[in-house]
Design a protein around this ligand. Sequence first.
Ligand code: BES
Ligand code: MN
Ligand code: ZN
Length: 513
Amino acid sequence: MSDRLEIAFAALTQGLEPAVAALSSDDLALAPTLRQMDAKSGGAVLKAAEAAAFKGKAKTSIELLGQTTTGASRLVVIGAGHPRDAKETDWLMLGGYALGQLSARKISSASLIAELAGTDGPVAADLAADLALGAILRSYKFDKYMTKNRPEKVEGENGDAQADGIRKLIIHTADPEGAREAFVTRQAMADGILMARDLVNEPANTLGPVEFAERCRELTSAGVQVEILDLAQLQALGMGALLGVNQGSIREPRVVVMQWNGARSKRAKPLAFLGKGVTFDTGGYSIKPAAGMEDMKGDMAGAACVVGLMRALAGRKAAVNAVGVIGIVENMVSGNAQRPGDIVTSMSGQTIEVLNTDAEGRLVLADVMTYTQDRFKPKLVIDLATLTGAIIVALGKEHAGLFATDDKLADDLIAAGKTTGERVWRMPLDRAYDKMLDSKNADMKNIGGRNAGSITAAHFIGRFVKGIPWAHLDVAGVAMDSAKTDINQGWASGWGIRLLDRMVADVHERGEK
Ligand code: BES
Ligand code: MN
Ligand code: ZN
């Protein structure tokens, strides 16, 4: 990760950076600051807009250079569409889009004036804070291994090459103090999301289970209690399913337990979040084809989301008790690796016939599920996993697959998905699918056959849930994506942190404050 974008909030009276981005509605003449700038420059702004046929439509922009009378020697006017109807996520995306526009023009610091047509100045605190989060998420780059040819080099003051274009963004708002306050929660969110992206983008040679677990210790400074279980402890607990997956690796597995107790009653039952943390998935002896196998460095994205979520919850001091538990292993081939047909005994005591060593995530989650329920008696449990290729076939990159035993939990997640734009689509669970996992030789097998692959995978995990509300999110399609968006230019998306944080805030912190 490169240096974080610096964000400041200011009133318009504080003066402007030489470069100004004005985020303005489709009704340009009604945007107050823009109208003032236009007046100061003898009509240059609206004339330029007319000459460029710029109407303030979303995702269009024009640039005026040398108009110092406007208070800006570079003025980038960015269309915001109809911001009066904009929702929270639209402001997030606009913040990202605006930052992209500035980066493309190699501007290193800028003032951002966002305003709604027909008002008397820049936007209120919350919207300014949403813009800021969007800009930070957009500015993220995984470039720590680039020793030369960084894409957006600009010349520093002394002629040195500086990494990255834009370094500082001053967001103008009617209420800078309020924006700073509103930004605290967004900052926590950014910390969690960028940490998750960093973990997912990191290659498997430098991030194995031991290294991943070590990175979780960072959360201690945010007030999270972090425990790391090592090989001997996992053996003593009888986590035969998880250990079988890691058996072919020369690296040791880890389970990390992260606790945040922010509820009024420290003894209130926690919400539990579980993550699949396969730092690399070769498939094992049921080996994957070579093409695209490199993407399997991201097979720990579910676990990374849990880590990022715990960090975000602690960072904004969420009034909730939450526990995050992640199983971290490496699925490799070697003389000691698990074979198809092996039968392992899970921590629950149930035996599993491993017919496909590439269906490993569910084996890891099975033991993490048992451990979490036995130890914490959670109110509900949500697991996240890059579990199946089949979910990508079904839902593409637009929705994560949601499986739930509890309609209320499912509805809460769907609602949070709609507000945050991290959308989920509910898939069925049914006894008939569950039966597909019955085995001739053990209590169950780890694959259900060719059909309904994502559903049988979910049912496998469900066999380890002991009657509490449970939801499973198959994030194989949404956690990594090479298509760029307004708020993510890289591969790892950090998907799920905004979703779950929102569900926690809207549903589980009510009455706690
Ligand atoms: N990690 C993969 C699923 C995956 C595929 C994640 C593509 C992200 C992108 C998982 O462990 C896996 O290999 N699943 C198998 C299951 C099958 C063997 C039943 C799959 O989807 O093919
Ligand atoms: Mn696999
Ligand atoms: Zn996997």
